[in-house]
Design a protein around this ligand. Sequence first.
Ligand code: XIL
Length: 313
Amino acid sequence: ATGLGQLAAAKGKYFGTALANNHLGESAYATVADREFNSVTPENEMKWDATEPSRGSFNYTGGDAIVSHAQAHGQSVRGHTLVWHSQLPSWVSNGGFNSSTLTSIMQNHISNVAGHYQGKLYAWDVVNEAFNDDGSRRQSVFQTTIGDSYIATAFQAARAADPSAKLYYNDYNIEGVNSKSTAVYNMVKAFKQQGVPIDGVGFQAHFILGQIPSDLQANLQRFADLGVDVALTEVDVRMQTPADSTKLATQSSNYNTLTKACLNVTRCVGITVWGVTDKYSWVPDVFSGYGAPLLFDDNYNSKPAYTGVSNAF
Ligand code: XIL
């Protein structure tokens, strides 16, 4: 890559984007993605509903297309995600399985999917969003059926299936020091003590304009000090639409701050923004009234936020 990927590589890090297969046929989308980014995360293509839509029936079409595109353009790939309560087919969430059966289903899913991509991925988000904001465990079907141990079991299965992928726990609202991040911190600390194979923590970093936690860098550093890599994995900075020059300037400053936070932490390996262009961001679909969270506008013109990032390097 040239662009941000090259700037990051010069500092020993990567700068990535979420990539969606269904947009790769749009030449401007692919052009910007391949010019700017040296890492990609499939936005939806490796999730459980895509890879095992019915029990024991695996589909790698979308994920394979992302991987081959990435390989052709010198981009590393972060696999996303093996165990998550969302985009989980109802045959899993409503199957009424007991603990040992659901454990086998989860292990089988991980062994097949991570096994299929073995040796091709830089990292896996093994478990996604397992905690609530108050630090308690989210009551997903995995938690309520198997209990706390499902997370360690998932990491062990992932290590067995792909020994070369870095194994991450990934979540949102853990960017600053708070009840949720401290619960994750305590889990990671325990995993390191117990020998559970975890290599990194992904901080999604779905931020609101003007609300980057002031202790972002310190929080990344406290996790790094446990002996894991850290990464900003799904960055966007949403604003109430329409955008104006004042908001875009604040956004630029916010992107500058978050980029510097990663650059200042040796074990922060890279930053991934959650999409190439505002046009296809997930934000307006999920956060009513918000949008314009990324580095390129609807017409693929770079925004002030782009300069905020590049100036940080
Ligand atoms: C989002 C995708 O961007 C959307 O296209 C999809 O409809 C829903 O999921 N946290 C995650 C990501 O870990 O996988 C989510 O991606 C955004 C929130």
